[in-house]
Write a protein that binds this ligand. Structure first.
Ligand code: PLP
Length: 321
């Protein structure tokens, strides 16, 4: 299984990995992510986590007894400069920087070259980096998400998590992987030695088969998500919500205009939508303070159901006005 991941990294991102020491399988990437935070952090330690964030990126740090320093999420030079300023002004220095592109919940992406200054910054301040690359293969319109590990020297400072849940639709199987820095992988392997006995063999075999034979299915699946994305984005624009068409992930991140939310927070607005429009979408606030004006729509229903959801939201918005 580890050899197949090493082959995949070479094939897709031109990254060479030693399957013995630079790859580890986890019971889903979330398990590996949180146990790595537990292995690396404790009271008095700090991690930098962009806001908004996938909840476990904050909670893994908190569950380890460490502190989170939030920085506004970004994907440009200004964002990296801001992180450098935060690190420079902190004592003791943060231990970890947590990144996630393509991003959940905002679907924010980065271009080739983004990770180079990240690696430089991590080396300069001796901060470890964990990159959650869960949506690295869920890309549209020909976009190719860059891997942290494809940057020279990245293996000196960090690791990347990938998962079989999204590209191979194997969320219930619980298989994910961490790849990169040998020491960080050893910390995780050590703590996992206390907590679990690895992955059921039949599931490992299913993982190997998927990795060997199902690359084409990823393309088909991405086309399906892309069509759903178009339905949702076009529908929301008609309603008057502010959306940018995402080029990756499984989400659309939309800003609700004030004349629709009428001062209601995103959590209350999501409850209203559930009650009066029979549509369940995630409130931006669930992902952090900076998500407050937004909603996350998951592309996990078929196009017909998504059109129905858009119609219901539209009816709710018109009635409520
Ligand atoms: C950013 C991100 N990381 C990790 C995961 C979890 O993946 P896994 O099923 O491998 O634990 C998800 C899925 O919900 C996710 O959105």
């Amino acid at each position: 299984l580890r050899k197949e991941i090493a082959k995949k990294y070479e094939r897709k991102w031109n990254v060479q990995l030693d399957p013995e020491t630079e790859v580890l399988a986890c019971i889903g990437s979330k398990e590996g992510f949180s146990h790595l935070c537990l292995a690396m952090m404790g009271p008095g330690d700090t991690a930098i986590v962009p806001d908004p964030a996938f909840p476990i990126h904050n909670y893994s740090v908190a569950l380890a007894g460490a502190n989170v320093v939030s920085v506004p999420l970004g994907n440009d030079e200004k964002f990296i400069k801001n992180i450098a300023t935060v690190i420079e002004n902190m004592y003791p220095k943060p231990k970890l920087l947590i990144l996630n592109y393509p991003h959940n919940p905002t679907a924010m992406t980065v271009d080739e070259g983004f990770f180079e200054p990240v690696v430089e910054l991590a080396k300069r301040f001796r901060v470890a980096v964990i990159h959650d690359f869960a949506y690295g293969e869920s890309c549209f319109d020909g976009y190719k998400a860059p891997s942290l590990l494809s940057v020279k020297g990245a293996k000196d400072i960090g690791v990347e998590f990938i998962t079989m849940s999204k590209p191979y639709n194997m969320a219930g199987f619980r298989i994910g992987f961490v790849a990169g820095n040998k020491d960080m992988i050893e910390y995780l392997a050590t703590i996992k030695g206390y907590y679990d006995y690895g992955i059921f063999q039949a599931i490992q075999i299913a993982g190997i088969i998927a990795l060997r034979n199902c690359e084409e299915d990823i393309i088909t699946q991405n086309q399906r998500y892309q069509s759903r994305r178009d339905v949702v984005c076009e529908g929301l624009v008609r309603i008057g919500w502010e959306v940018e068409k995402p080029r990756a992930s499984m989400f659309v991140w939309a800003k609700v205009p004030k004349e629709h939310s009428k001062g209601k927070g995103s959590i209350d607005y999501a409850i209203d939508l559930m009650e009066y429009a029979e549509v369940a979408i995630a409130p931006g606030r669930a992902f952090g303070e900076r998500g407050e004006d937004c909603m996350r729509i998951a592309l996990v229903e078929n196009e017909q159901r998504l059109r129905q959801a858009i119609r219901n939201i539209s009816r709710f918005v018109r009635k409520d006005r």
